[in-house]
Design a protein around this ligand. Structure first.
Ligand code: PEP
Ligand code: MG
Length: 588
């Protein structure tokens, strides 16, 4: 089909809308020239943005210095130095006054100049400075034209097209009605995809070169089921997709009507359907979708969205609000999981060769013990407040690899409890759990179970580490597959071990909300699932078609299959028979 491009369907559904392209930074270098009369106002607009950016950076440096350390705050001093550097400012002012470029275009030009300059040097330190320049330019351009001003430019639903979306950008989109998301990079479990799914927005990732083929205002179709993206479809194709889009919305609405029903299988077994949330909006969505609790609150979004660093009282207030906004039931709060594709500059800035295998998550938290203790204390305090009948706060630690790490975590929790006690504060009974997302933890699960109260399987990371295939890299997405026979075997072992040890186990990776995977996990004996709120109604509907006998048969056959392709095909066939009405809700 003309104009059709292929990527990976990462959030189900179909959308048709007008393209809005975000290039690497939010710079609209659209070739427009200023008239001579417009130059002074443009220069003033630029100076105003510089002032605001400097004020941000000063506030950040102060707060990070007092709460994390002077060393970590240094990065914001160097960003201020770049902004004050006369050479930097002159380049941009020249762009505006001599080349008559809008400030955004002048920034773009300067970024390109620095990029080619740094490309010629072999000095790793200097190369690293490019990312500082980029950060400064991004900060300036956000002050010049906040992303939300997109609203004024194009009416009707938008399809966002980007090289890569970083979580803070998605958060910045606020409540703007987005019809769909298309990215050049990324994969099914990239955090941008997770955020899209959380909002129920159809999304396709890994569409090579898409930004070269789309311009703002093009009509674009996003088919999150099979990863198809069609740019400027002919009128027949467009109306066929618009019809599918309406059907998708109708199905979503009708499924959401089951939200007050208990989640039961056809033979009457109950299923715990929990929500993965990143903030208060998601907590509300979790209630609207009929979640029975929160299985994963990713606290890093609190830090990513914060203008500086939240201290213990601010964190406590945020946790209280999240808990109050969440469905009654458990609220599992995960400590900071930064690093990999989610970074905040004050907790380590050096670029690593392998960020996903490096200094991320709990490893980074151990490196900043006071900072980590503050978070643990705030969560324990929130948990001690008995925020409502039937509510229980649980404390979850990400990326645990060894028994020593889990012991260290426990002793930090005890220390925080003693400290709170000595301050005369209430210390609640907060269960402690670990995420199984590193293969070593999955293999040693029996010994880890002796030191934890519960387990949560983080299949997004577990799959990428088991298959040695980056969850964000579309080139290896054929390997990063939760339904590969190797992954299924490991999952079955972990679930079995938890059952034997009588420790509660949940799976909170994206596969919990994927119909084909759900059927197999259910057959393995898993009864607690935590997923993007938008998936809950579909999974509840699917569960109502299952029986132990039927899923047992499907599982035994699936486990005999030798390749991922065979498992996927077989499970698609089974799903079509089990619940044909859910076809529109499938994705990668
Ligand atoms: C996971 O790894 O499965 C998980 C739920 O954590 P995150 O997606 O935040 O890494
Ligand atoms: Mg993870």
């Amino acid at each position: 089909m003309p104009g059709m491009r292929k990527g990976i369907g990462v959030a189900p559904g179909v959308a048709v809308g007008k393209a809005y392209c975000i290039h690497e930074v939010f710079v609209k270098a659209n070739g427009k020239k200023l008239s001579q009369e417009e130059v002074p106002a443009e220069l003033a607009r630029y100076e105003k943005a510089v002032k605001k950016a400097l004020a941000d950076l000063r506030a950040l440096a102060r707060k990070v210095s007092s709460q994390v350390g002077a060393e970590q705050a240094a990065i914001f001093q160097s960003h201020q130095a770049i902004l004050r550097d006369p050479a930097f400012g002159t380049k941009i002012r020249d762009g505006i006054s001599q080349r008559r470029e809008p400030a955004e275009a002048a920034l773009h030009q300067v970024l390109n100049e620095y990029a080619s300059l740094f490309a010629r040097t072999k000095d790793a330190y200097l190369k690293e400075r490019l990312s500082d320049v980029r950060d400064v330019i991004l900060r300036l351009s956000e002050h010049l034209s906040p992303l939300l001003s997109v609203e004024d430019q194009t009416s009707g639903p938008l399809v966002l097209v980007a090289r890569e979306l970083v979580p803070s950008q998605v958060a910045a989109l606020g409540r703007r009605e987005l019809a769909g998301i298309v990215t050049q990079g990324g994969g099914a479990t990239s955090h941008a995809a997770i955020l899209a799914r959380g909002r129920g927005i159809p999304a396709v990732a890994g569409v090579a070169g898409i930004l070269r083929h789309v311009t703002n205002g093009d009509t674009i179709v996003v088919d999150g089921r099979n990863g198809h993206v069609i740019v400027n479809p002919d009128s027949e194709t467009e109306s066929a997709y618009r019809k599918l889009q309406r059907e998708f919305f109708d199905l979503k609405d009708s499924l959401a009507e089951n939200r007050d029903q208990p989640a039961l299988t056809a033979d009457g077994r109950s299923i715990e359907r929990l929500a993965n949330i990143n903030g208060q909006d998601d907590a509300r969505a979790a209630i609207a979708m009929g979640a029975s609790g929160v299985g994963l609150f990713r606290t890093e979004y609190l830090f990513l969205a914060h203008p500086s660093v939240p201290d213990e009282e601010e964190q406590l207030a945020a946790y209280r609000q999240i808990i109050a906004a969440s469905p009654a039931g458990q609220v599992t709060i995960r400590t900071l999981d930064l690093g990999g594709d989610k970074t905040i500059p004050y907790l380590g800035h050096d670029r690593e060769a392998n960020p996903f295998m490096g200094w991320r998550s709990i490893r980074l938290s151990f490196e900043h013990p006071e900072f980590f203790m503050t978070q643990i204390s705030a969560i324990l305090r929130a948990g001690a407040e008995q925020p409502g009948e039937g509510r229980q706060v649980r404390l979850l630690f990400p990326m645990i690899t060894t028994l020593e790490e889990m012991r260290r975590v426990r002793s930090m929790v005890h220390r925080a409890q003693r400290r709170l006690h000595s301050e005369g504060r209430a210390v609640g009974d907060v269960p402690i759990g670990l995420m199984v997302e590193v293969p070593a933890a999955a293999i040693s699960i029996r010994s880890l179970l002796t030191v934890v109260d519960f387990v949560s399987i983080g299949s997004n990371d577990l799959v990428q580490y088991l298959m040695a295939a980056d969850r964000d890299n579309p080139k290896v997405s054929h390997l990063c597959q939760p339904l590969s026979p190797a992954v299924l075997r490991v999952l079955a072992k972990v679930i079995d071990a938890c059952r034997e040890a009588q420790k509660p186990v949940t799976l909170c990776g994206e596969m919990a909300g994927q119909p084909r995977a759900f059927v197999l996990l259910y057959a393995m004996g898993l009864r607690s699932f935590s997923m993007s709120p938008a998936f809950i109604p579909t999974i509840k509907e699917l569960a109502s078609h299952l029986t132990e006998e039927r899923t047992g048969k499907i599982y035994r056959h699936a486990m005999k299959l030798k390749t991922t392709g065979h498992v996927l095909r077989y499970m698609s066939e089974q799903l079509d028979q089990l619940a044909p009405n859910l076809k529109l809700m499938n994705s990668a």
